[in-house]
Design a protein around this ligand. Sequence first.
Ligand code: ARG
Length: 416
Amino acid sequence: MSLAWRKAPRTGRLASAGPGRVRARRDHTVSRPAPGPRLSSADIARVQAAAEEFLLLFQTETHPAGSIEPRIAAVLREIERTGTYWHTPEELTFGARVAWRNNARCIGRLYWHSLQVRDLRAVSDAGAVATHCFDHLRTAHNGGKIRPMISIFAPETPTRPAPRIWNEQLIRYAGYDLPDGLVVGDPRYRGFTSELIQRGWQPPDRPGSFDVLPLVVETVEEGPQLFQLPGSAVHEVALEHPELAWFADLGLRWHAVPVISNNRLVIGGVSYPAAPFNGWYMGTEIGARNLGDSDRYALVPEVAARMGLDTSNEATLWRDRALIELNRAVLHSFQANGVSITDHHTESRRFLIHLEREERAGRKCPADWTWIVPPVSGSQTPVFHRHYDLEDQVPNFFADPDASRRGLHGGPPAFR
Ligand code: ARG
């Protein structure tokens, strides 16, 4: 689609801040793009085809006895007139759940049908998007019994682009480059962090390893806006080890709820670029990848040293042994704090149950082996020993290159 949006005014750097707001919204008259669809007939036909395909799927799975023809006819007319259409709440919920079900990278799809959908399509200004994201974090955390949930904000339309959330997840930790070449915090977000500092974010006086980054919400009218997360929205687990008492002294922690916030949800030809969603963690995501990867917190050498392992020779498998204890600490700490988490053995078995069920339902279940197989003890899990269909299906979530860039580098903005 080539839609020429009018350039949004770049927001100035204002010093004054309202409650929870890092940078005040600029006082301006809203200049929306001129109304009226500007889609080519090929674009219209593409949206219509996607809509029809989705509505047929919706009918087959939810109302097999009913007739979807009148609904399809109405939607096709609506697209002809406006370039888009409005999902019914039922279609929206079904579409979001199926997007999860179709997501080839996710091992946790057995519970796809339990996804709670917050219909926030009427919400499109930056401040309101941020506030609802914070509510999402609180509601999804649910006192530790994490609820899989998605918040769907205003869709992309030919007359108005949807809001964008820049952050990869609602909660991410800052990474700071120190003058001596060391990094404090999460190295993955060094670029994002320094860009937000340029944009006016004030990090804590003493940079810490787990400073929660502000949320960046961009709209065409307001430009990128920064919002500090309220403490009530950020639940974290301090990490300790079931046997190694010194582990707690490392001062490690991780946030309880992973809410991916820069993927575009696509349902029946309609795009929802702001649709943050969460499940609960599998321990290896934190213990093996976030804390273990050498370009993340890279804690394996430190844990090995504290364990007193012989690190002079790779063949002692000190890396593997330290990594396992890191992972035990994550699972133990979440469980001890009553926060939902799963281990990779359990989750692998559940995934195979999911595959069986999908097969029985006569559906294909796309899966990406390189993502499904856990990063530790792969061959000890049943998901290792087979292959999968890898064919994109919609509805789905998509990681657009420009959104990925914003999530890592803090720009460039979507609307300029
Ligand atoms: N791997 C990401 C992280 O460590 C989270 C991705 C989503 N994970 C999930 N269990 N829903 O933060």
